[in-house]
Write a protein that binds this ligand. Structure first.
Ligand SMILES: [Zn+2]
Length: 247
């Protein structure tokens, strides 16, 4: 074999091995941000991040509002939050209104090369991406008998290669089209305003671990306004065949 032929055979392998991800953010290729719907229906999603005492709180009033008003929602729960709130987690998992989704094992941004965001270090390899997903999948499946269908990384940041790995693990990435509380930093009127602007097929992200913020009051006001306009609410698995992903 001539040198030229060897180079032609090896070159694509070298390029593949060295190809770095091209995207880094919340809306990268393969992330689900909306669902197809001609109806007035919206998916509410709530994160429970865990880690610090502040992030391990539980907004009981928010969950009570959803339960009393029969509002379904998808709850993205981190493994550390489950460890701190084991009884509440089991109650939530038994409530048929709620779908339990995976918010990571160590709440890391999902990177194949150790990128970070908001000073939080991401996963650093394909193996770490898989461990971040499967560690909490296994915990949730062991506790509830159900393997989650949806994954949202800590910080909701990804590169497109990490997303492809997650999808190869049969996980849908739970992105969003409406940022309702910006990490539970928005005031109640701002949260309500974000919701009131929602349209059919929107996926809303907010938090269920910050009762001290404006989230609960804003969600209650916003959801009540949407109910008056005739909107209904779905879990992400209810619309799993209608998902819209970033191309
Ligand atoms: Zn989180």
């Amino acid at each position: 074999m001539r040198l030229k032929h060897i180079v032609l055979i090896l070159l694509p392998l070298v390029i593949y091995a060295q190809s770095a991800p091209q995207q880094w953010g919340e809306n990268v290729t393969g992330v689900t941000t909306k669902f197809h719907s001609k109806k007035k229906e919206i998916a509410l999603t709530f994160d429970a991040c865990g880690g610090s005492a502040r992030s391990s709180q539980y907004d009981a009033g928010l969950i009570e509002f959803l339960t009393v008003n029969r509002i379904p929602a998808t709850l993205f729960i981190n493994a550390r939050w489950i460890d701190t709130n084991p009884e509440i987690f089991m109650q939530l998992s038994r409530n048929p209104l709620f779908e339990i989704a995976n918010h990571g094992t160590a709440h890391k941004p999902l990177s194949v090369e150790g990128k970070s965001v908001y000073a939080i270090q991401g996963t650093a390899s394909s193996d770490e991406v898989i461990a971040e997903i499967q560690g909490n999948n296994q915990k949730i499946e062991k506790l509830t008998g159900k393997r989650p269908l949806f994954f949202r990384a800590g910080t909701a940041y990804y590169d497109e290669q990490a997303v492809a790995i997650a999808r190869s693990q049969k996980m849908e990435i739970g992105g969003f089209s409406i940022l309702a509380d910006a990490g539970a930093t928005f005031s109640a009127p701002k949260v309500a305003q974000q919701l009131i602007n929602a349209k059919g097929g929107d996926i809303v992200i907010a938090h269920m671990n910050h009762p001290e913020g404006g989230t609960r009051e804003g969600i209650i006001e916003g959801v009540n306004a949407l109910l008056k306009e005739g909107f209904t609410f779905v879990r992400l698995s209810d619309v799993k065949n209608q998902l819209e992903r970033i191309p």
